[in-house]
Design a protein around this ligand. Structure first.
Ligand code: PBG
Length: 329
């Protein structure tokens, strides 16, 4: 593959001027590459900072236009909604996930009413924002039970689709849920609702600040290692993706992002489908705190995001998305 020899070939020749470097650039970023996560909180007229994520806020539904306006203005194609559910509404079976008036449902309705199809809406399918134990599924005798969890996830999916959600994103890692959700959607007339499967989701320490943002931190009992993947594995990620494609996933997600660029690349090379990357809360907080402390400079954000494109990601879920216009400049 090496196609020349020094001194005939000097790779620095192409790097000598900015115009020349621009000509040979392989990866670029545009606002089209981003999905903006939005944290929701109950009440009204609130925009409260998430203490573990500098620059990130939770919005009440009546204030959501503040952030969606901005997303549309800079050209972000989609937002992802995450609720901070009041503790008094959480229980063992996460029944608030099926409440037509829960935060996510209210936010979908508000966004669709205000913006029609100017921006896509993605919603997580999983129970962790709603369960008192903080797990993504139902728990019995200390086990996360797969098939019964899927029955609830199907209902959560149908409800979110009915409200107007465009892209359902099962992030629960139960076996077989993509196929069952696809089938239920089709049967109910939601053939056009897309599924973005969190196919390769690892049991990771990088989710810490997110669990704080959605208020599941203190409550999580144990860990998620019986359903989320072991970070030592990559072949297993390909098996997860292969299954989800067969079951009807339109796109797949790799999560976390930066420590898993190899996974993004091998999925893209093997399957040639849209692969999304999630630059998760812990990655965001590490970079943001290091910048605040002047350990690294702000350009690190752009570098961290281009890395996903270089690895083969089609789009990136990032808490920086609402500022991406400035970051790209
Ligand atoms: C829950 C979910 C998690 C994230 C997105 N959806 C956390 C978890 O699995 O515990 C994490 C996102 C982030 O850290 O930014 N199903």
């Amino acid at each position: 593959m090496i196609t020349g020899n020094y001194p005939n070939l000097r790779l620095r020749r192409n790097r000598k001027q900015s115009w020349s470097r621009r000509l040979i650039q392989e990866s670029e970023l545009s606002p089209n590459d981003f999905i903006l996560p939005i944290f929701l909180v109950d009440g009204s007229n609130k925009r409260e900072p998430v203490s573990t994520m500098p620059g990130v806020y939770r919005y009440t539904v009546n204030r959501i236009s503040q952030v969606v306006d901005r997303a549309i203005k800079i050209g972000i194609p989609m937002v992802a909604l995450f609720p901070k559910t009041k503790n008094s509404l959480k229980n063992e079976i996460g029944s608030e996930s099926l409440n037509k008036n829960n935060l996510v449902c209210k936010a979908i309705i508000e966004i669709k009413k205000r913006y029609k199809n100017k921006i896509g809406i993605m919603c997580d399918v999983a129970l962790d924002p709603y369960t008192s134990h903080g797990h993504d599924g139902l728990v019995r005798s200390n086990q996360i039970i797969n098939d019964e969890t899927i029955e609830v996830l199907i209902n959560q999916s149908l409800l979110q689709a009915e409200m107007g959600c465009d892209v359902l994103a099962p992030s629960d890692m139960m076996d077989g849920r993509i196929g069952k959700i696809r089938k239920a959607l089709d049967k109910s007339g939601y053939q056009n609702v897309q599924i973005l499967s969190y196919a390769a989701k690892y049991a990771s320490s990088f989710y810490g600040p997110f669990r704080d943002a959605v208020g599941s931190k203190g409550s999580l009992k144990g860990d998620k290692k019986t359903y989320q993947m072991d970070f030592r594995n990559s072949d297993e990620a390909l098996r997860e993706v292969a299954l989800d494609i067969k079951e009807g996933a339109d796109m797949v997600m790799v999560k976390p992002g930066m420590p898993y660029l190899d996974i993004i690349k091998s999925i893209k090379e093997k399957f040639r489908i849209p692969v999304f990357a999630y630059q998760v809360s812990g990655e965001y907080s590490l970079i943001s705190n290091a910048i605040q402390k002047k350990l690294i400079n702000e350009d690190a954000i752009f570098e961290s995001l281009v890395a996903f494109k270089r690895a083969g990601a089609s789009a990136i879920v990032s808490y920086y998305a609402d500022r991406i216009d400035k970051i790209i400049k």
